[in-house]
Design a protein around this ligand. Structure first.
Ligand SMILES: Cc1cc2nc3c(=O)[nH]c(=O)nc-3n(C[C@H](O)[C@H](O)[C@H](O)COP(=O)(O)O)c2cc1C
Length: 147
């Protein structure tokens, strides 16, 4: 299986990960420096950048940036263009694809879809073959260079 790491501030992302039943590393505010040591997918909620220091510390630790193969973004669509802004910014900055987007702790469909994505990646499928979330095909006004 491809590994999974996630970050959660208010618990929604954690709830989602628990629902998937996937084994996953939770990025810890008290000690974010944890080495994944293998290819992994990051599941992240979205907040303003200044709230994401632990996530940045985790990504900057050892080979964690290099081993990141895909991002699953959680957020709230009421934020409109800023929906899943953390996932979108990381994707652009690190040149790693967004594999899926969901809100809060996800629906049953989200759980099923993400389990499928992780399973497919674990079978050696390239992230390029994973279908891009629909809303990333249109314009993203605050990050016009995305895609
Ligand atoms: C202060 C604050 C800022 C947020 N900013 C965004 C945002 O910019 N974009 C977004 O899609 N969701 C935003 N959200 C929604 C969270 O990303 C969403 O509720 C997510 O499920 C929370 O995950 P967590 O409980 O694992 O931390 C924000 C929520 C809060 C409380």
């Amino acid at each position: 299986m491809v590994a999974v790491a996630f970050y959660s501030i208010t618990g929604q992302t954690k709830k989602f990960v628990v629902k998937t039943g996937l084994e996953a590393h939770e990025i810890d505010d008290a000690w974010p420096q944890y080495e994944m040591g293998e290819k992994y997918v990051l599941i992240t909620p979205s907040y303003q950048d200044f709230m994401m220091d632990s996530l940045v510390d985790f990504l900057n630790y050892k080979d964690n940036k290099k081993n990141l193969v895909g991002i699953i973004g959680c957020g709230n669509r009421n934020f409109n263009d800023l929906f899943a802004q953390t996932a979108k910014k990381l994707s652009v900055t690190l040149k790693v694809p967004i594999l899926y987007l969901l809100e809060f702790s996800g629906t049953d469909k989200d759980v099923k879809s993400v389990k499928r994505i992780i399973k497919d990646l674990s079978k050696g499928q390239s992230t390029k073959e994973v279908q891009k979330p629909k809303e990333l095909r249109g314009n993203i006004s605050f990050l016009s260079d995305y895609r």
